[in-house]
Design a protein around this ligand. Structure first.
Ligand SMILES: Nc1nc2c(ncn2[C@@H]2O[C@H](COP(=O)(O)OP(=O)(O)O)[C@@H](O)[C@H]2O)c(=O)[nH]1
Ligand SMILES: [Mg+2]
Length: 333
């Protein structure tokens, strides 16, 4: 040993950075991974959902638009292999809650169910994306109550609040720490953070290498060893997916490539469209805006879900949808 050098001095040993790589879809067939963590990104358009998704997976899997004139409203699914053991599956969502009023009711309903199909049987983590660069508006507060209408039951124990645009906390004139920022958020948001046991995270998505931010975030995510979140809509969508497996007369594993394909296409299947009409349009919309598919209304789905009879519309209509008998042909991961 060198003179004067402490045997236990580890300062020269860089901690090993956990590896992440793009998940190869071919690997889906083998299903050889220890666990899969499903994360759904929700929040208002422009808050940075797609950018967070890309920061997590480490490649451009989602379209994150810089130009305000061409706001992207697309959802999608992308995966990353973490440390060769854990598949991180991220589902990005279009801004359900701030939908373009010109969008058709059916379109938004399809988007929701498509996203729910992709995240089926349910997300382990709901990343509620907020931005720390703008003042919070009434719409942002409204988004939270709309979120509860869509994510019924007990979603909060799965939620992490993710504040993007951390770089904006540092300006020429002042610097704020995330904790200082949190002290100044409006009461409704403080209450929300309290309800999620203060699981908040700040991220700067502009950093080229993202440094180790994604590791810190995934370490937070990792703590969710609990069962995934589900609700009536997710259960129904999952039943539909299982039916597709049965129809295909194959033993399909959730996690298989084919399963992933089915998930991607689920919302466009004829019976899913029927399901949607029954769930969203036939029930709620009918009571509020006349039931015509194609009607253009502000925030239509939320209107559809809560329209008239409050949140019970979901369960009532959902229960009316013919339930498919479970067959143990699909394996839930
Ligand atoms: N400065 C900065 N801009 C960000 C950050 N995250 C996202 N953005 C920008 O915010 C805008 C909206 O991001 P996007 O991911 O498309 O938001 P989405 O509509 O919620 O998916 C884009 O112009 C992004 O480049 C961040 O951490 N810092
Ligand atoms: Mg986006």
């Amino acid at each position: 040993m060198e003179e004067g050098k402490d045997e236990y001095d580890l300062s020269n040993q860089k901690p090993e950075v956990p590896r992440r790589r793009k998940y190869n879809e071919e690997e889906e067939n083998s299903g050889e991974y220890k666990r899969k963590i499903r994360i759904i990104l929700v929040g208002r358009t422009g808050n940075g959902k797609s950018a967070v998704g890309n920061s997590i997976i480490g490649y451009t899997g989602f379209e994150s638009d810089l130009s305000p004139s061409s706001i992207t409203q697309k959802g999608g699914i992308a995966q990353m292999m973490w440390d060769d053991t854990t598949v991180i599956e991220v589902v990005d969502t279009p801004g359900f809650f701030d939908t373009d009023p010109k969008k058709l009711v059916e379109e938004v309903a399809l988007e929701i169910v498509e996203s729910f199909g992709m995240i089926a049987p349910g997300p382990h983590v709901i990343l509620y994306v907020l931005s720390c660069s703008e003042k919070y508006t009434k719409e942002e507060e409204q988004t939270l109550s709309d979120f509860h209408k869509l994510f019924t039951g007990d979603p909060l124990k799965h939620v992490i609040a993710c504040f993007t645009k951390k770089d904006n906390l540092v300006t020429k004139t002042k610097t704020k720490t995330p904790a200082e920022f949190i002290c100044e958020v409006p009461k409704w948001m403080r209450d929300f953070l309290y309800q999620i046991d203060n699981r908040w995270f700040f991220i700067d998505n502009t950093l080229q290498e993202n440094e180790n931010q994604w590791i810190d975030l995934l370490e937070m995510v990792e703590k969710f060893k609990t069962k995934y979140y589900s609700n009536e809509i997710l259960q129904d969508v999952t039943e539909k997916l299982k039916l597709k497996c049965i129809e295909a007369d194959e033993k399909l594993y959730m996690g298989s490539r084919k399963w992933a394909m089915i998930k991607r296409n689920i919302a466009w299947q004829g019976d899913i469209r029927d399901y949607l009409k029954a769930t969203f349009v036939g029930g709620g919309i009918g009571s509020t805006v006349g039931g015509a598919i194609g009607l253009s209304v502000g925030n239509p789905v939320i209107g559809a879900i809560v329209g008239g009879a409050g949140s019970s519309v979901i369960s009532n209509v959902s229960k009316a949808v013919v339930r498919i008998k479970r067959k143990s042909i699909c394996v839930i991961s």
